[in-house]
Design a protein around this ligand. Sequence first.
Ligand code: BDP
Length: 678
Amino acid sequence: MTQALFGKDGYELWMAYEPLHSAAAIHYLGLCATVTVADQGELARSAAVELKRALPRLLGSRAAVFTETDSFSDSPGHCIAGTYATLETLLPEGSIPAATRTHHAEGYQMCVTAKGSLCIASASERGLLYGVFDLLRRMSSGEIWVPGPVKSEPKLAYRMLNHWDNLDGSIERGYAGETLWQWAELPHTVDPRYTDYARACASVGINASVLNNVNTQYEILTTEYLKKTAAIASVLRAWGIQTFLSVNFASPKVLGGLSTADPLDDDVAAWWREKADEIYTLIPDFGGFLMKADSEGQPGPYAYGRTHADGANMFAKVLKPHDGIIIWRAFVYGHGETDRAKKAWADFTPLDGTFLDNVAVQVKNGPIDFMPREPAHPLFGAMDRTTLFMEFQIAQEYLGQGNHIVYLGPMWKETLDFDTHARGEGSTVGRLLSADPDHRNFTGAAAVSNTGSHPTWCGSHFHPLNLYAFGRLAWDYTLDTEEIAAHWLSQTFGHDAAFKEKILPMLMDSWEACIDYMTPLGLHHIMKEHHHYGPDPGFNGGAREDWRSTYYHRADKAGLGFDRTRNGSGAVDQYHPPVADMLNNVDTCPEKYLLWFHHVPWDRIMESGRTLKDELVYRYRRGVEKAEGMVRTWKSVQKLVDPRRYREVLEKLEIQAADAQEWEAVCTAYFMSFANQQ
Ligand code: BDP
């Protein structure tokens, strides 16, 4: 008989709002025992709802939330949240410091007035909502925040989740159960889970959601499904989230009965225009479309001799009158390219400058496909006249999926900090992404979501950390990933310092651990075919050469790695000269990318003094030891966590350690069979 275990199921994510320890509770009662939300619109109401849920839990029954401003007193212990327009009618002039004032539509300011009340002030209700979540984050992480002036503005305009959810309920590369969207019962039944999803997104600044898979089903554009979509959109809207859909390029043929989907055909454009009109009638603030075209079998403009720009611009024109945008993915490969890593750059850079101004080209973080570690995609910095959005993957398709606990914050940060040198030194991917030269506020980052119907939403009690971290970094890529994880830990597991002291370092090291036991030193794409879970470096079959492991690692008796230098595929030259030269030279190429760019002799002496052969063995072993260490670390905190979460996390970590052992065994045996031929 299974014993019911007491503890949290994880549903509340980082928003359980556990009672604060007494020092923090006293501190915050002195700051915001009562909070007045001074505006009355939909987003302000959501902020008030959240405060009403959170404050009594955090601070006890003395805390109160009001929406009528006559209950507000400008004095210590009171907090007022409002737009500038409202606050200026309530507070004496000069109460809100001009220096930290924000004019950004989503920004907010926090300050203390001369009389001692805490103020959350913003140009819009959206900013107000984010400011309230900021205060709640500070409180629920147990931090004693002494309010200095705070000004916070997002560095990217679109902070977006991409759901790869299918209409039959399954999720492509989903490892946390079925889809959140209950299509069969929509639009009449609206699952309360949508609200909790929207709250979670808003709490970390996510403001856009693409509901369905990039490999799309046509039905999504039928009136029936658009009405269902509209019901979801109404829930998301209240939390500042704009709804988007992935659409199929061939829809005019399949749904509209036209003989072509040629983007330059007038009837095709008219069909899309009519569809867009229908969508915007149902969802007035609809965001736009996400398109996967001419990629992995999806239809696209190539069939009609047209370019990606021809395709994207047709949609751009259709969406423009509605203020919608078209997000066109750059995930393309195949068609006679000798190195898959080179294809997107080769296809898209010639189109720079030809995309209309409401087109964003969405580029994966690296040139292959969400590997445990990739160098930044060379398209970043290569398309000066095109808006590029980042595409990360929260779902850990290639990083142990719903089982391995791997904190991805440091991985994303490595990409965002990658210096492309596109506009001289310091042209990091993060800077380029957030640059908004013509002040159109058209910048963005998306991530493939890891959410589903699983009780924890994301697959384990630790997987929500990656959802949280994506939102935080999309808001501000300069945030410290350790601080992000520390906040999340306290918000999720409570404020015990001993717990955090052990678990935070474990999380911070988890990504490097995963790289060590899966794909050290720049190895990539050696996972099992199709499902991509587990090692299969010998895989040499299947339909396409560039889906084979052997294509990527190129092990032979001389050495290991894909030669992408000027003597090999030449992919290095898709980077700007200083970076290209650095990567091209085996002595200056960082070891973390070595086998990505070089075919390296087994006896090459590495930085450690070991040969490549020995270093590889060493790294796999180190990865296993780290994974085993995670199990031990977790066992050491047993007393500090409830039994349910303790057991459920332990189960995952034990799978992870066993998988790491398998990776080591399979990969070292396989690679050594080449190295030992020398
Ligand atoms: C790969 C996935 C595949 C996706 C594709 C994409 O294996 O399921 O459809 O990316 O991004 O990572 O379109």
